[in-house]
Design a protein around this ligand. Structure first.
Ligand code: AMP
Ligand code: MG
Length: 427
């Protein structure tokens, strides 16, 4: 039988294509094009959670502020600690956290001390209560096995006065709020948030709450985009659905380019008859259009629109999320913080064989979990089509199979990017 395959242009079913970009190269070009934003504001501590510190924070004080006890026990001068036998000490006083012992502790004496109480003058060691015996005459007995200086937290051991505690560019995490509070800092300067405008394109799209006619689908991309942007702390401008109509698109593009630092669209970047994104962007801004050797998410338009950077993501719901996490997120991170995005990537054992075509990067959705032996293993969520959005919800990670990777055998090591590390900025 004679075969009659027609192929007039390269498509996503092809292995290799001249000019097709590698994922790493596309990411590098994007990061070369965007620059960190200027502008800052002062916020009360709680409101600064998830925001980016605009200036270094220098500690005004030592933390802890004074040498203090790490245990409930007895403070004494460590030089007296016995090397053999016992030592009996008179208990002169008791100090609790917040108290102060005004006198000075002499040899043959000790002070009953509670966790957090300042070390009395003349003492440098705390013997924990459980290692002492109370005698009947107001004295206590300790034995051997103690070390001079034990159970004492030194002034400034966590943070020294004058030290840089948190550096500019840091995303403030819960621990950072606690650290700033421990310094008595009530307000911080944070960088302004990235303004992101986004809209969906497609004549077939309907909003939630509207009835669906034959051939129509609900617009889900604006919701997953909203969720991803919200988690990353962007200032969001949701511009709704724009029809596949060059006039409507021109208006939406012009408006978005005015009000945002970043404009994101989904859909309309392929070669279909209703795909106008490229043409309109070329007309109103500057466009780089790339086919990226990846699955899902092959076509990506990137460029400028007024003062904004533009990302034209593909329409398929999984492709939107994959291209957002792989390309938009590193750019937003850099713009917001001036720091490079370094996502957590871990190794896991493939629990099953995975089919993979060489020559393109594939981002499979997987489930990673520790086995009974504590070793991480990962399996595919199953169907991997770029329209199967439930794969992003059932999965908890991307299995990263790069261009060189071929089929994976069960038991092979693979690199995995947990979703948890993508949904909040850090570092
Ligand atoms: P396109 O890239 O515009 O050709 O769209 C590719 C596929 O994604 C089509 O099946 C669209 O119906 C679907 N699609 C595009 N935009 C959305 C959206 N906002 N929500 C859900 N599906 C979409
Ligand atoms: Mg479309």
């Amino acid at each position: 039988m004679q075969t009659t395959t027609i192929r007039t242009a390269p498509s996503c079913a092809d292995d290799r294509e001249p000019g097709i970009l590698k994922v790493e190269e596309a990411r590098r070009r994007i990061l070369d094009a965007v620059t960190p934003l200027k502008g800052e504001e002062r916020l009360a501590l709680r409101s600064a959670l998830g925001r980016v510190l605009a200036r270094d924070v220098i500690s005004p004080i030592d933390v802890p502020g004074h040498d203090n006890s790490a245990m409930d026990g007895y403070a004494l001068a460590g030089a007296q600690l016995p090397e053999s036998g016992f030592l009996d000490l008179r208990v002169r006083a008791t100090v609790a956290a917040g108290d102060r012992f005004e006198g000075s502790c002499k040899n043959g004496e000790c002070i009953r001390i509670m966790t957090g109480a300042p070390m009395p003058a003349g003492t440098d060691t705390v013997v924990m209560q459980e290692r002492t015996m109370e005698l009947s005459d107001g004295r206590i007995r300790i034995g051997t096995g103690h070390r001079r200086g034990e159970n004492v937290r030194r002034a400034g051991e966590d943070i020294a006065a004058g030290a840089v505690v948190l550096e500019a560019g840091r995303w403030l995490a819960p621990a950072d709020l606690g650290i700033l509070a421990s310094l008595g800092v009530a307000e911080v300067s944070v960088r302004r948030r990235v303004r992101v405008a986004f809209f969906s394109t497609g004549d077939e799209l309907r909003g939630v709450g509207e009835p669906l006619a034959e051939g129509e689908v609900y617009d889900s991309n604006r919701y997953s985009l909203y969720g991803m942007l919200r988690r990353l702390g962007a200032e969001i401008q949701d511009m709704g659905v724009v029809r596949d109509d060059p006039v409507a698109l021109r208006t939406a593009f012009a408006e978005a380019g005015e009000l945002a630092d970043v404009v994101i669209t989904s859909g309309g970047v392929s070669v279909g008859a209703a795909d106008y994104t490229k043409a309109v962007l070329e007309e109103l801004g500057e466009m780089a259009f790339w086919k990226i050797a990846m699955k899902p998410g092959r076509p990506l338009a990137f460029g400028r629109l007024g003062n904004a950077h533009f990302f034209g993501l593909p329409g398929n719901p999984v492709a939107v999320m994959v291209t957002f996490y792989q390309f938009v997120l590193p750019a937003l991170h850099w713009m917001a913080s001036g720091r490079e995005w370094r996502p957590l990537i871990v190794e896991a054992i493939a629990a099953e064989p995975l089919r993979k075509r060489r020559g393109r990067y594939e981002f499979l959705r997987g489930v990673i979990e520790p086995g009974d032996d504590g070793i991480l293993s990962v399996r595919s969520v199953g169907r991997q089509g770029s329209g199967i959005l439930t794969s992003m919800s059932r999965g908890n990670c991307f299995i990263l199979l790069d261009e060189e990777q071929g089929d994976v055998a069960a038991g092979d090591r693979v690199r995995v990017q947990p979703f948890a590390a993508l949904t909040h900025c850090q570092g």
